[in-house]
Ligand binder design. Sequence first.
Ligand code: FAD
Length: 237
Amino acid sequence: SIVLYGATPLGRDFAPRLMIPLNTGLTADAIDLGYDEDGVFYQTTPAYGGKILARIVILEKRPQMATVHPKMWAPLDPNPEAKGEIVKETVNVSADDAYVVVSCLPDENAEVNLAECETIVSGGRGLKSQDDLALLEELAGLVNGEISSSRPLVDNGWLPHSRQIGQSGATVTPKLMFNIGVSGSVQYVLGMQKAGCIVAVNTTPDAPIYDYAHYGVVADYRKFIPALIEELKARKA
Ligand code: FAD
């Protein structure tokens, strides 16, 4: 009745290909799944650039399909009582159906796997210049972290896409995450809301990022981050 795919490059490629022969629909990048009061399965996804959250239900077609961001939910504990019949299917793929891998090259920009990082220092459009990334790097160095960013900095070419957090970037679950000059758009928050401890530094007191932050600092990062760096250095010494 329900088929879920990872919203990964493979899942995003595979799911729409199955949608056509199955003659059903597909919700892309679901951020929430559940059953409504009538027991109907729904999938929630951002629409109109994140201005609304659309709740999609599929009443007539089966299976109901969605791609879902990796790490959106913590896995359930194994249930040793669960029983089920394992059906093994054999699929024969002919050479005509396959594609040929001509060569595999490492992605030179993908020097970091943010999903594995325990501490992340992330910068947003509030950063006044590319040079200010050095401040974030210095802070990250002191807390054994990596730097990341929201999409505008990647669009500007300041950082490679492998450093982008969010719906069209990485989903991360670090123990500690700094968000500096990031407003907290739906698309960004999707990628980091499960972080253990979230710190937000922003000049706008009602920026949405504070709704997710455990520690909110209303300040210009150009004053706050150097002060924090100085304090961390003093404590390390
Ligand atoms: P802004 O929203 O411009 O926020 C900048 C913040 O900096 C403001 O809150 C401001 O108060 C603060 N600021 C300014 N000056 C200072 C200062 N001196 N000190 C401290 N704070 C300061 N975005 C992503 O990030 N990741 C995605 O994966 C992603 N995918 C998208 C997919 C789609 C289909 C669409 C339509 C959009 C997507 N976006 C994504 C873009 C997203 O909608 C936002 O535009 C983006 O996240 C905004 O980034 P930001 O918070 O850095 O910038």
